[in-house]
Design a binder for this molecule. Structure first.
Ligand code: SF4
Length: 228
């Protein structure tokens, strides 16, 4: 498990908890809006696991959870052992995933290693490969969605939206597919120097359209948020 970044205190990554976030290298997608391209390419300095666990033991009194993010954590063979060690240290464990490896997520859920999974839903299925910039097994994505919806753990689906990649109809189509799920959040695109396709190429949605979407999706989910 190659960890190449960390955030020592986060108040937003795990709902209602203080968490530490670890970022692993590599991803099997190339989302045009990705802010973590350096992680996707594996650029960064590896943080030694002993150092990580010494830090986690020290912070135990002040922090509730550890988020394992990326890149794409499920690509790493060592994910299970790393997550189990975090769990055994006494933390809640959250996994951020793009959903491309349902078997990995399934094992973590069944063996009670993860407490919370956040899965990105990139697009309506017919547009997935345009948004992620590569081929993907859509059946695997659908299997992870079903797995989470039928699981006992907390989970969240989330979609990053920008005008060039998803229309309002696309966003509503995703929401219709996910209707009845526990949590869904829409995250407006933020531009920046580290965006994969470069700065000023993609644009966030205007607040009015997001508010229209918010109204249309009332009652679809137990918890629904738009990060405008
Ligand atoms: S946004 Fe997530 S899934 Fe997409 S390329 Fe970046 S790390 Fe991978």
């Amino acid at each position: 498990m190659n960890i190449i970044g960390q955030e020592k205190a986060s108040f937003i990554d795990y709902p209602d908890k203080i968490s530490i976030v670890y970022f692993c290298s590599n991803c099997n997608m190339l989302c045009k809006y990705c802010h973590n391209y350096h992680l996707v390419k594996g650029q960064g300095e590896t943080i030694d696991h002993d150092e990580i666990f010494a830090f986690l033991k020290k912070r135990k009194k002040f922090v509730d959870a550890v988020c394992i993010s990326g890149g794409e954590p499920t690509l790493h063979r060592g994910l299970y052992d790393f997550a189990k060690r975090v769990k055994d240290t006494g933390y809640l464990v959250k996994l951020d995933t793009n959903g491309s490896n349902p078997e990995v997520v399934k094992r973590l859920i069944h063996e009670k290693i993860v407490d919370y999974v956040a899965m990105d839903i990139k697009a309506p299925f017919h547009k997935y490969e345009t948004v992620i910039g590569t081929n993907i097994d859509i059946k695997a994505i659908k299997n992870t969605i079903d797995l989470l919806r039928n699981s006992h753990i907390d989970y969240e689906f989330r979609t990053t939206v920008c005008k060039e990649l998803l229309t309002k109809e696309d966003i509503l189509e995703i929401a219709n597919y996910l209707k009845g799920s526990k949590r869904y959040s829409i995250q407006n695109f933020r531009d920046g120097e580290t965006v994969l396709v470069g700065e000023n190429k993609l644009h966030p949605y205007d607040i009015e359209t997001l508010e229209e979407i918010e109204k249309e999706l009332e009652g679809y989910f137990e918890v629904f948020k738009i990060r405008k």
